[in-house]
Design a protein around this ligand. Sequence first.
Ligand SMILES: Nc1ncnc2c1ncn2[C@@H]1O[C@H](COP(=O)(O)OP(=O)(O)OP(=O)(O)O)[C@@H](O)[C@H]1O
Ligand SMILES: [Mg+2]
Length: 275
Amino acid sequence: MINRDPHPNTLISVSNLSFSRGNKKIFDDISLAFERGKITAIMGPSGTGKTTLLKIIGGQLFPEQGSVLVDGQNVHQLRRADLYTLRKRMGMLFQSGALLTDMNVFDNVAFPLREHTKLTESMIRTLVLMKLEAVGLRGAYNLMANELSGGMARRVALARAIVLDPMMIMYDEPFTGQDPISMGVLVHLIKALNKTLGLTSIVVSHDVHETAAIADYIYVISEGKVVGQGSPEEIRRSDSEWVQQFMTGAADGPVHFHYPAKDYVDDLLSSGKRY
Ligand SMILES: Nc1ncnc2c1ncn2[C@@H]1O[C@H](COP(=O)(O)OP(=O)(O)OP(=O)(O)O)[C@@H](O)[C@H]1O
Ligand SMILES: [Mg+2]
């Protein structure tokens, strides 16, 4: 019998996922699908669980319920060695984007190749220079990581994330803290790399305009649920209050400014009591 994949265009599918931290339910039965070759954005207010979702997809955290399939493999049922192999095919640009500061640009990008492959130094050199060229920083190969501007550091981290030629890449807040020019450069790079390398990209961001400019599809998540999904145009036209508050950056709306807390007056009057 031929086992046909019912969704051949889906590279990553998250189905009926639930996850908690202590008493806090981060995800409550959510499902998302990420199409091959596309850029899918995950947006939502700070603290909703966007980074957590990427860690679950990458197999660093385990769901309470539900499953995550990446290229047909159930991430949380893989044996350690298989998960390790799969992870090499999943590029990740972390929120902090940390480079190793005591190494230069070249060695930072070469690091995953030296860790995970047995390539010769001359092959490593070719691959590293190609990736640095792709992010426009070949000329900076000799700079130390702490000599880079924030925008350059992010591009080097991006070169490092693609050096093993992953099938996909997950970007956690790639635009945060960038000036408008380097933001523009990153937007352009994410789009260009997705196309030229045939990647599938997940972009987690709360930068509405930048994200809407490159995403093929957007999920808006809040309080454990998917509150909106669709093309950037559909999201803009959404009549959901949650989505509108998020997209327009309104301080007032269903999303509250305060992290849930006990009553303010009670809290002040009980000063001296230990937490
Ligand atoms: N290691 C941890 N232990 C306990 N709770 C955590 C841990 N990491 C995150 N959390 C909690 O999980 C929730 C989701 O965090 P997460 O970092 O995924 O949010 P986020 O959507 O990425 O936020 P931001 O936009 O600020 O990066 C938050 O309430 C956070 O306090
Ligand atoms: Mg985060």
